[in-house]
Design a protein around this ligand. Sequence first.
Ligand code: NAI
Length: 259
Amino acid sequence: MDRLQRKVALITGATKGIGETAARLFAQEGAFVTICGRDSVSGEKIAAELNAQREDTAIFCKLDVTNYENWKETIAFTQKKFGKLNILINNAGISFRETVAETTPDTWQKTLNTNQTGVFYGIKLGIEAMAKTGEPCAIVNTASIDGRVGDADFFSYCATKAAVEAMTKCAALYCGAQKLPIRVNAVAPGYILTPMAQEDARQNGQTLEEYCAEFIALHPIGRIGTPDDVAKAYLYLASEESSFVTGTTLMVDGGYTAQ
Ligand code: NAI
């Protein structure tokens, strides 16, 4: 229950899905949490629930990860409220079910803005804020099986998730070279049952049952993942239990990429 005691964590895209589950888990483990997202109603509600369990545990801060100034304000707000920043979980992401032929300049740019540029902004400003703490800090980015293997139906998404792995390695090496006590890693989930998966099923013209049946078959472990599976991987990489781990990507994919 105290794996993140006295740590201050900022989680993007935390108003639903994997990010929400991570915010709740991190609070349970003793962290102070800035819940970031664009949905104020959901974000304020989650923060209030966490504060009812332990006073002054969580705040909601509206953050569109594609906006650099908004990032600066959110980190400054976190530092003002909690005094520092130790952990950044770059979780926010979007996907379009589109082949290279179907991808438009608009959807390409939207995917890059959120999944790649948004993560760059977070890493850059996160390192700047964490360097001031002098404490062990961690950044965890969210890649995907789709950054490791190609998927004809997710052209721009695959491109951005591969970029997340590259940025993770470069930033980890930078922190090492600068002797900053900041580790940078990524988690690469397989198919996880979240609102994103529900939207993907919709775009694919499938019911959720049909969608799950199709994608379970691709995961040797015999099921698709839960938000909790990914949140626990974030927790490991954010905590000092992974103090010798940096510059790597942890596959949380039920064996999808082992085949
Ligand atoms: P979700 O769609 O349920 O939640 C994503 C969150 O990101 C939402 O709260 C959304 O509002 C937020 N978001 C999107 N664009 C944003 C922006 N510009 N600024 C701020 N917030 C923004 O998705 P889910 O499934 O929880 O995904 C979380 C992460 O896990 C994403 O990076 C996704 O790419 C990754 N992932 C998910 C998989 C899945 O099967 N669900 C598989 C592999 C990776």
